[in-house]
Design a protein around this ligand. Structure first.
Ligand code: UD1
Ligand code: UDP
Length: 362
């Protein structure tokens, strides 16, 4: 059985790490394709090194661009690889332009598509990710849904065949890495104390490309820092560029620590030791929950709705005062007795995915 895995953006390197390892352990012939949507060292190579990802058989070097330009280039390059390799399946992850381009290139060549993280919805069609995941799900033959909610979403769109509720591959890798990292060393490196700081990540286009939203969030972060709380903000290149364009990165309060994006091992430690996380990232809000750290989400909706329903995460919108109020309230909350439910398959999703894929080859 030949499977062609397609990755290209940061969260996909992390999601693919264990699935790829387990496919290979089970003797599946996996061709690994890196589309090159992300390409800076600390947005790409660092994860290959840290997580022992296979060296890509193909690096397509697509890089950045407008949606049409980037997705179009991806389609052209992925198609060439598919025609040459003729895999039985392609495997795509999540909801980026890489995901959609992979699914679209394959389905037109009558190559079966398996989608990991199927069925998530924000119901906000203005998000590029929402379009990517809806279209990818509708091109897919096998849909690995992480949660019951994801299965329900697919059902509402008429997709019931080939759907497997399998758990979340991000939980698998998070658990593995948490057991391996030297927490003290990483906290010392960044001069941080456990449960004494807020971790921040912001990169969603709906926030970075909306002047008002970005200014509100930035101003809220500065005010929280000025109130005496330490914030640690590894900044996505997209956000850094926009902040620089608006000349917002001068006069940063001492307590607001901005760094380059960090490695996954470092991120796991930061997430586990933060008192609160402020994030618009899909992956980070879930990882916060894995490690029992509450998240404040400066967006108007989230795909990981179960985490809001349990009260761990709060969708607070992008009004400055609301972000500050909810962040400070959560910072002072005791969450030690808060109920925690495993929604994500207990760390066994990657194993389950490999079993299902193998059964299609028998
Ligand atoms: C993409 C995904 C988003 C995902 C995120 C993960 C789409 C539409 N969006 O958003 O769903 O949450 O990845 O991080 O696929 N850049 C660099 N160096 C890099 C990569 C990007 O400088 O290595 C800069 C470029 O200026 C680029 C911008 O970041 O134009 C945005 O990159 P892009 O891949 O288009 O989207 P992301 O915001 O990263
Ligand atoms: N991440 C990381 N370093 C960082 C920021 C994020 O390793 O500086 C990891 C994070 O732990 C998670 C993934 O990247 O596993 C999330 O990616 P991102 O926030 O870019 O995308 P999203 O999940 O929103 O699609």
């Amino acid at each position: 059985m030949k499977i062609l895995s397609i990755v290209g953006a940061r969260p996909q390197f992390i999601k693919a790490a264990l699935v790829s390892r387990k496919l290979r352990e089970k003797g599946v012939n996996e061709i690994f394709v890196h589309v090159g949507q992300h390409y800076d060292f600390n947005m790409s190579d660092i994860f290959f090194q840290e997580l022992n990802l296979p060296k890509p058989d193909y690096y397509l070097g697509v890089g950045s661009g407008t949606h049409g330009e980037q997705t179009g280039k991806m389609l052209m390059e992925i198609e060439k690889v598919l025609l040459k390799e003729k895999p039985d399946f392609i495997l795509v992850y999540g909801d980026t332009n890489t995901t959609l381009a992979g699914a679209l290139a394959a389905v037109k060549l009558h190559i079966s598509v398996a989608h990991i993280e199927a069925g998530l919805r924000s119901f906000n069609r203005k998000m590029p990710e929402e379009i990517n995941r809806v279209l990818t799900d509708h091109c897919s033959d096998i849909l690995f849904a992480p949660t019951d909610k994801a299965v329900e979403n697919l059902k509402k769109e008429g997709i019931t065949k080939g759907v497997y509720k399998i758990g979340d591959v991000m939980f698998d890798i998070a658990l593995e890495v948490k057991n391996r990292v030297n927490e003290e060393k990483i906290l010392t490196k960044y001069n941080l104390k456990s449960k004494d700081f807020i971790l921040v990540t912001i990169h969603r286009a709906e926030n970075t490309d909306n002047n008002e939203n970005l200014k509100n969030i930035w101003s809220a972060l500065k005010d929280i820092a000025n109130s005496g709380i330490k914030l640690f903000f590894p900044i996505h290149p997209r956000t850094k560029k926009v902040l620089e364009n608006y000349s917002l990165v001068n006069k940063i309060p001492e307590n607001l620590i901005i760094t380059e994006p960090v490695s996954y091992f470092e991120m796991v430690v930061l997430e586990g030791n933060a008192k609160v996380i402020i994030t618009d990232s899909g992956g980070v809000q879930k990882e916060g929950y894995f490690f029992k750290t509450p998240c404040i989400i400066p967006r108007n909706e989230t795909e990981w709705i179960e985490l809001v329903e349990t009260g761990w995460n709060k969708v607070v919108g992008t009004k400055k005062e609301n972000i500050i109020k909810e962040a400070l309230k959560t910072y002072n909350e005791d969450t030690s007795n808060k109920k925690w439910i495993d929604f994500y398959g207990g760390g066994k999703a990657s194993e389950g995915i490999v079993e299902v894929l193998k059964s299609y080859g028998e």
